[in-house]
Design a protein around this ligand. Structure first.
Ligand code: ADX
Length: 208
């Protein structure tokens, strides 16, 4: 170390250990880091109950000391995907980015609860392909029920043609054929739905 004013050497030393430098992981290696976490992928119309159920499951997992993370469409779009709208190609990019992050988290042992309308079969298939432990949860409520809930007032706007590509009104929602878990939220309470998911994870040995 040289003193700035006098230019005298005031200290010296030798670096013995640079510390550990982690090896760079390739895409393939990221997918094979193995822990027992999964990605719970909630799909369904706006207002079907995805977020409410995922929040309830998150609470249960938290109380069981299971590392979990929520990824939510509304938040994801505000923080990461401000460049995207709701056209089919923008939605596909949204799901692609979300599934990439979900996979990385789950490969490191974090249980991910991802709530995205994810209305297209094809993009859900891509998410399933990209994610090691993908559990599809269909949060199912009739459009009329979602519309009557209308917590964000978006259905009202969509009916007045003020929102382009609104799922269920001016854009399609493709129903999952064989979801891992099917929840009919017009008949079951949020708590019951959450418990169904916990039972499923328990049976699959994912809550150890
Ligand atoms: S997705 O189709 O790309 O999966 P995402 O889940 O991220 O959608 O975002 C959906 C949320 O965006 C809805 O819950 C709603 O609050 C809001 N939103 C705004 N415009 C639309 C729209 N045209 N269609 C659906 N949701 C919309």
């Amino acid at each position: 170390m040289i003193d700035e004013l006098s230019k005298n050497t005031v200290a010296a030393g030798i670096i013995l250990d640079k510390g550990k430098i982690p090896p760079k992981k390739s895409e393939k290696e990221i997918k094979t880091v193995n822990k027992s976490a999964a990605v719970l992928w909630f799909t369904g119309l706006s207002g079907s109950g995805k977020s409410a159920i995922a929040d309830e499951v998150y609470k249960i997992l938290y109380n069981r000391n299971i590392d979990s993370e929520r990824l939510d469409g509304d938040i994801f779009r505000k923080k990461m995907n401000r460049d995207l709208g709701f056209s089919p190609s923008d939605r596909n990019i949204n799901i692609e980015r979300a599934s990439y992050i979900a996979n990385i988290l789950s490969c490191h042992g974090v249980m991910v609860l991802a709530t995205f309308i994810s209305p297209y079969k094809k993009s859900r298939q891509i998410a399933r392909r990209n994610i090691k432990n993908f559990i599809e949860i269909f949060v199912d409520a009739p459009l009329s029920v979602c519309e009557s809930r209308d917590a964000k007032g978006l259905y009202k706007k969509a009916r007045k043609n003020k929102l382009k590509f609104f799922t269920g009104i001016s854009d399609k929602y493709e129903t999952p054929n064989q979801p891992n878990i099917h929840l009919k939220t017009d008949r079951l309470t949020v708590k019951k739905c959450a418990n169904k998911i916990i039972d499923y994870l328990d049976k699959k040995g994912l809550l150890k």
